[in-house]
Design a protein around this ligand. Structure first.
Ligand SMILES: Cc1cc2nc3c(=O)[nH]c(=O)nc-3n(C[C@H](O)[C@H](O)[C@H](O)COP(=O)(O)OP(=O)(O)OC[C@H]3O[C@@H](n4cnc5c(N)ncnc54)[C@H](O)[C@@H]3O)c2cc1C
Ligand code: SF4
Length: 488
């Protein structure tokens, strides 16, 4: 283990942020990393628990106490191997994961948990700096061809694993660049895009073929794909946005977050975008929706130069500590405050938007809300109720709808005759990720619905094992929980 008395000697420390007034001048990442000796102290805090609940908290089953110990001992290359044995892309999760492992950390019962995510990020960054991340080519090719549709974290993880098993993998992506929501959803200030490009260079050298601007179902039919490839892995994400069908939602100035954020990422990257420029400069912005997407809209609007940014959340304000009934080691629904929230947004909870108000030219000039509460009755789902007499009009000339996603698009599913589940995701179980059509698999948000990067990577890896098994009758690709430490 780390240091026997480490958890008593050292307090939790995590990376800090550049001051708000500096960081909002651009779209660059603004974290200030811990120093090497500080990271070793954090590794020393790990107790190497008999039952490491961090493992089960992590959707990838990361071997956390083992890499914590390696970092404590200064064995960074060993830590790199341990980390990569369960996670293809720790540079994504180390920056963007909400870290369910930390919520499950045993130390978190009565102390602050181990800084697992920061340790993870520093392991992979040290590895890239030292040239330890090298292409891993298969010893032998199997002659089997696999198409991966979609290049988000699920597609990339599936592609890398299947390539390592010796199959010839082609990733088909309809956007002009690879990365899915990592590239076009998540703003650069959370993850600069050269972080994706750096990993793609390694993957290209491994032999994976990437084809961009290919919309499967339109530029190439699912039928054509089935003829050319021995197996297809669908990783197209859950891209159907939830709308807000209230009066005035067609006014100019009511904008979907997933029009606003991808356009901004394209602007930052110098990629042309379709349609009118969506800018928050000089505007009173209201972001409707309190999740990750809402938070990214806040940070982006502030960087555009919005006059004010207000964030509406329909749920009540939670506590910063674990709410009652959500004990350790479960993921608690507590109040989370992102770096973007701290950049100057006003947050309003238990609020619902009833209508948008426009001027005579059809421009948004305000919106009307009510306070709400959730009525709970025995045996029934909680119902949203308005608090009478709480109607309020807000000035607003840009409303960003960050209301989540309702499922995945159906073009490919229709062409292939795939069964969907009740939430319009493609139906497949985690037992084998198989759809109802032989040879066609599905992973990531397109199977589980809008989720997290760590889950997408996990599903991509797991699905790869089952695809390999389908193609070869057996598979040596690891499954979560195989738990063998790599030989280092
Ligand atoms: C704004 C925003 C911020 C987020 N922030 C975080 C965060 O901080 N941390 C976190 O863990 N999660 C975050 N998430 C969630 C996370 O990004 C997703 O859960 C994850 O990216 C899902 O990965 P995926 O590979 O399943 O799909 P996606 O990343 O959605 O990738 C799907 C890809 O498939 C392509 N595609 C779809 N259909 C076709 C087709 N027919 N032909 C070709 N290509 C196709 C799409 O263009 C896309 O590139 C965020 C989501 C959003 C929207
Ligand atoms: S639960 Fe926390 S303290 Fe225990 S092994 Fe995992 S990281 Fe270390």
């Amino acid at each position: 283990m780390g240091k026997t008395t480490g958890f008593m000697e050292f307090d939790r420390k995590i990376e800090t942020y550049a001051p708000v007034k500096e960081r909002i001048k651009n779209y660059k990442e603004f974290t200030i990393p811990l120093k090497e000796n500080e990271l070793k102290d954090q590794g020393a805090r790990c107790m190497d628990c008999g039952i490491p609940f961090c493992h089960s908290g992590c959707p990838l089953g990361n071997l956390i106490p083992d890499f914590n110990d390696a970092v404590y001992q200064g064995k960074w290359e060993k830590a790199t191997k341990i980390l990569h044995s369960t996670n293809n892309f720790p540079e994504f999760t180390g920056r963007l994961c909400p870290a369910p492992c930390e919520e499950a950390c045993v130390l978190g019962i009565n102390e602050d948990p181990v800084s697992i995510e920061n340790i993870e990020k520093n392991i992979v960054e040290t590895a890239f700096k030292n040239g330890w991340i090298k292409p891993e080519l298969p010893i032998k090719r199997t002659g089997k061809k696999v198409a991966v549709v979609g290049s988000g974290p699920a597609g990339l993880a599936a592609a890398q694993q299947l390539n390592r098993a010796g199959h010839s993998v082609t990733v088909l992506e309809r956007d002009e660049k690879i990365g899915g929501l990592l590239r076009y959803g998540i703003p650069d200030f959370k993850m600069e895009k050269h972080i994706i490009d750096r990993r793609l260079e390694v993957m290209k050298k491994e032999g994976i073929v990437f084809k961009t601007s290919v919309h499967v179902g339109i530029d190439v039919t699912a039928d054509e794909l089935q003829k050319e490839f021995d197996s297809i892995v669908l990783c197209g994400g859950a891209t159907v946005r939830r709308s807000l069908p209230i009066p005035g939602s067609d006014l100019k100035g009511v904008v979907q977050a997933m029009d606003f954020l991808p356009q901004n990422n394209r602007k930052v990257d110098g990629i042309p975008y379709a349609g009118e420029e969506l800018s928050a400069k000089g505007k009173k912005v209201i972001v409707i929706g309190g999740g990750d997407t809402g938070s990214d809209c806040i940070g982006t609007s502030i960087r555009h130069g919005a006059v004010s940014v207000t964030n509406f959340e329909i749920m009540p304000k939670s506590t910063t500590t674990r709410p009652e009934g959500q004990p350790w080691p479960f993921w608690p629904m507590r109040l989370r405050t992102s770096s973007s929230h701290k950049e100057g947004a006003e947050r309003v909870f238990s609020i619902s938007t009833k209508k948008f108000v426009g001027d005579e030219k059809g421009n948004l000039k305000g919106l009307v809300t009510s306070e709400v509460y959730w009525e709970k009755k025995q045996g029934q789902r909680p119902a949203l109720k308005e608090v009478e007499g709480t109607e309020k009009e807000w000035e607003c000339d840009l409303a960003l709808l960050a209301l989540g996603f309702t499922g995945s698009e159906t073009t490919i599913a229709d062409q292939l005759g795939l069964k969907m589940d009740a939430r319009t995701n493609i139906n497949a179980s985690t037992k084998d990720y198989k759809t109802n059509i032989p040879g066609v698999f599905v992973a990531g948000d397109q199977r589980r619905g809008q989720s997290l990067i760590v889950w997408a990577i996990s599903e991509g890896r797991e699905a790869a094992h089952h695809v390999d098994n389908f193609l070869m009758g057996k598979s040596n690709l690891p499954l979560k929980g195989d738990g063998d430490l790599p030989r280092v």
